[in-house]
Design a protein around this ligand. Sequence first.
Ligand code: LUZ
Ligand code: MOS
Length: 749
Amino acid sequence: MKHDDALLHVRGAGHFVRDIPVPRGTLHAAPVPSPAAHGKLRAVETAKAEALPGVRAVFTAADIPGQNQVGNIVPDEPLLASGEVHYAGQPVALVVADSLDAARRARPFVEVEVEPLPAVFDPRQAFARGETIGLFRTFALGDVEEAWPRCPVVVSGRADSGGQEHMYLETQSALAVPRDDGGLKVFSATQSPTLVQRTIARVLGLAMHQVEVDVPRLGGAFGGKEDQATSWAALAALAAFRLGRPVKIVLDRREDASWTGKRHPYSSDYKIGLTGDGRILAYEVRFYQNAGACADLSPAILERTLFHATGSYFIPNVRASAASCRTHLPPFTAFRGFGAPQAMFVIEAAIAHAAAALGLPPADIQRRNLLRRDDELPYGMRLESDSPARCWEELDRRHGLASLRARADAFNRGHALTKKGLAVMPVCFGISFTTTLLNQAASLVHVYADGSVGVSTAAVEMGQGVNRKIRRVAARTLGVEVDRVRMESTNTARVANTSPTAASSAADLNGHATRLACGQILNRLKQAVVEERGFPADELGIENEEVTRAGRPIGLTWEKLVAWAYARRIPLSAYAHYATPGLHFDKTKEKGRPFAYHAVGTAVVEATVDGLRGTPKIDSVKIVHDVGRSLDPPTDLGQVEGALLQGVGWMTCEELVYSAEGKILTDGLSTYKVPDIGDIPEVAVAFLEDSDQPSGILGSKTVGEPPFMYGIGAYYAILDALRAFRPGLPLAFLQAPWTAERTFRTLRF
Ligand code: LUZ
Ligand code: MOS
């Protein structure tokens, strides 16, 4: 089974926003970035740039007709800087010219005068200065203070994880086309069409119905286009609105890597208490999130960090606190996992540390404390699944965790200069937007008179295969071939009030809506047959493109049925809305039922460290993952493998480096190392058998983000190998990523 767009992608024929044929007279825009991380904006002189050939206009904050505000959760983000600048790269002005070249050439002639102010880049420093977005939030279960004295072993430490560049192939882009009624049609490379629509309306002083946003497909997003596609679309819209001409904006790789937000770096303190045989009694953790200069999605990401503070484990006494700290870096944003990976990195650090103190393998502690059905999580929900233990046992049955351990130990006894390490990484990830209201979706289905089907939903295809899955839902519901169904672009005029395509939930939510819409059409068709032929309704079906009675074809094909129904003036279109039932969360108590279910699995990672060169290598990753009844196994396999490798990259080679002035130095693939084909370990993925998720779409579980966190196992496998070199390696302060440099320095100095 091929990805829907596979042929287009390999031929380079698919249209991304930048490939859409532009109307004649389209202009090109280039943002002018703030040169400083923090300062008073004294002057922005545009006259020289405006006088250059080909330049049509240079816009600043003063040119914005509506509100100069693109903040989504917190209104703290101007579209164009005014008064102050808060990070290097913040848009200060916009040059619009006949060609992109002319716009870029004019950019240095826009004179931006900034009076520098002190800048902070470290979240703990920002916290100490009171620079937080909102208050400390705390999730608690049991009573940690009462528990500490009962713990024979208590260890505490610090664990820091770095940011991560999304490195989507398609950079940020938008095309805004003025309409004859004063409104705009905007093509945007966004995960959040409605957010783009609403923000443009606010910035231009328009009603939402005057702004139509269309998303053909994305060349990757990974969270980087959930909130951060908005500014670029709004800038293009501003210029198009002011000039009455189509305006296109496309960032190049360096601009994108320098100016846009990434995964949040976190710095965290933990304390963990256990019984002598490895049962975790208490866990306290404090997360300092580096939010960057504006709130963006940071508060929501911080919340998901708290939801996943205890990882895959049941801990009876927990206190987890988190603060979002404002620094002078580009606003950090959503990235696959949305704060959960940062939390899981810390609980695994605490377990590795405690294991060393107890003289136990970390896997013994992990297994002993694994979540079981009905265990209470710190946010009040109980686990409704046996999957954590089932996945662990299945992994053990397939690969023999003890024999893998014995093999690594034997290797290490026989080798002085090379050591192997092993880590098990269980994942339990809550499925649903933690912001309850976002858990809704809609689908508009047209059956055309020739029997072909067009489906519009709120879901954005970004390479993850959501369209493939929704097509299958439509085809299965209607009883027709998948090839009859076409997915249309995501468009706010066809499906309104779209939640972002995010939180691993798009196939679930939009699949349910599509099932409901197709069900309406199916029922109308069946009803018409009942009236015509007098068959009992409950015996009728459509299977393999044939109308059936009690499972047997009655000699009426799908095409004939549709043509006949159209002639009888039966409506062949339907719209349906779906809202995940049973979700609630009370932020005053920090308790509720935020998730529809949990996505679960376990991985075991093997690594080898070359002690002379210091280079770590991930040898193999074996996974048992629960996808319920997979909607499309090849798509799910691709998601598991891709997410895993992205997680391995975050933990082992991807490192953001900034100058002392807060400018990113790793602004391209020559300086920012993502895993390449030579880094791919041997990967074996098995889907848990006999699994069903009744609340998922057609029994499936969603798959986009959870496998990312298997990558954390790569870090702990390298750590395990390093401990084979240096059994006394201190564990009280762990830092990710374990790059080759860090591994080398750990062994040498
Ligand atoms: N986006 C969001 C997400 O707005 N809310 C979420 O809970 C979420 N979770 C994962 C990824 N993106
Ligand atoms: Mo989100 S990290 O855009 O699913």
